[in-house]
Design a binder for this molecule. Structure first.
Ligand SMILES: *Cc1c(COP(=O)(O)O)cnc(C)c1O
Length: 381
């Protein structure tokens, strides 16, 4: 976008009294998600004005996504969270209209979803919204195969597995969970919403045995912000589709618009074709600029982290613990948020850690971030 278009777009927000921000926090929905690809937005503007049969579009778009992912079947959901709702609905009600009609009332049905305690997360509300009862196994330190074996019974609908940064330690590996669950004919549903890129993850969880996997379309794929990619076994995707909009069942309140469906297919196709090394080199250069510019701040511990597991993109990580005698991480984060323009850093990892995630940051913005960080860290010294 040229500068004029950007300021017009900013004005639309300012007219509402909303202040545009710099999001150095990654694909956080609360801070805007990600920058939708311009080619996708352009196509959406056109396809929004052409009428089609949505059932047909859902099926055909799903076939194309399955081809791009390399899965048996796929569909577009309303965000990854809407995909979690459909995972649960598909495993609990299948495509039996009598059961589908009753959701989220699940008394007497297979309605238990087993989760390792370390995998409980705020988004599992979407499973409960479909009527699932979460059955926890293990504790915050350990999860054992015999605990999973022991929890499976005639009411088990699925085993849910979370793939997210900083969750891989202290859990049973996905392949092992799949092996145990499958021995009892129980499907394994995976939430990998934020795990793209790396592109290898499109295949990875399916290869480990997952029956259904959800990815967000509005995060690293940079598709329409409100979309998700649900992929996996054909019979389960069929059931998910049966429960989804436009049918008037539990998924109807998680509708996806036709232009979003087409837009996601295009975004995913562009994402798959992209040169990941070149993409990472760009993010690395942005993060490195932050590290190089602030390394001289006395006592500051700052480094570039990128391992494709916990740090999916190259990030500049500031650690304000130990010998650091300047302002706390909270004080620095607050100073940046309260300035003009407001800057949001990633603060999730540890109380004394701040991260600059380059996903949503432009070259101009990275210089603003560096200047404001230096001011906040050194108190303008
Ligand atoms: C972001 C996220 C979601 C929700 O994804 P949306 O596409 O925003 O609905 C669900 N689960 C996890 C682990 C996430 O990181």
């Amino acid at each position: 976008m040229n500068q004029q278009n950007i300021s017009n777009a900013e004005q639309a927000y300012r007219n509402l009294g909303v202040t545009p921000i710099i999001n150095a926090s990654g694909s956080v929905t609360r801070l805007g998600g990600s920058r939708t690809r311009p080619e996708v937005l352009e196509q959406m503007a056109g396809t929004a004005r052409v009428m089609v049969n949505i059932d047909e579009l859902n099926r055909k778009a799903g076939e194309e996504i399955a081809r791009l992912v390399g899965s048996e079947a796929a569909m577009v959901s309303s965000g990854a969270a809407g995909g979690l709702l459909l995972q649960a609905a598909a495993c609990i009600a299948g495509n039996d209209p009598v059961k589908m009609q009753r959701l989220p009332e699940t008394e007497g049905m297979k309605n238990e979803i087993i989760m390792q305690t370390t995998h409980r997360f705020p988004y599992d509300h979407a499973y409960r919204a479909a009527g699932a009862k979460i059955v926890e196994i293990g504790n915050y330190l350990f999860n054992h195969p015999w605990e999973l074996e022991g929890a499976i019974n005639e009411r088990t609908a699925a085993v849910a597995y979370l793939c997210a940064p900083f969750t891989s330690k202290r859990v049973m590996p996905l392949a092992q969970v799949c092996e145990i669950a499958h021995a009892h004919d129980v499907p394994v549903i995976v939430d990998a919403a934020s795990m793209l890129p790396p592109r290898a993850n499109l295949q990875r969880y399916l290869r480990d045995g997952a029956d259904m996997v959800i990815f967000s379309g509005g995060k690293g794929v940079r598709g329409p912000q409100g979309t998700g990619i649900l992929c996996g076994r054909a019979d389960l995707i069929d059931a998910a589709l049966a429960n989804a909009s436009p049918a008037q069942f539990i998924g109807r309140s998680a509708k996806v618009a036709k232009e979003e469906i087409v837009g996601l297919v295009t975004a995913l196709s562009m994402f798959v074709d992209e040169d990941e090394e070149a993409e990472m080199a760009w993010y690395r250069s942005m993060a490195q600029r932050v590290v190089d510019s602030l390394i001289e701040v006395p006592g500051l511990n700052i480094s570039l982290e990128h391992d494709g597991v916990d740090y999916l993109l190259p990030n500049a990580v500031l650690r304000l613990g130990g010998d650091w005698s300047g302002p706390s991480a909270q004080q620095v984060a607050a100073a940046l948020q309260q300035g003009d323009p407001p800057i949001y850093l990633q603060q999730l990892r540890a109380p004394d850690e701040l991260m600059v995630d380059p996903l949503n940051v432009t070259e101009d913005e990275i210089d603003i971030i560096i200047r404001r960080l230096r001011e906040a860290l050194t108190g303008n010294r």
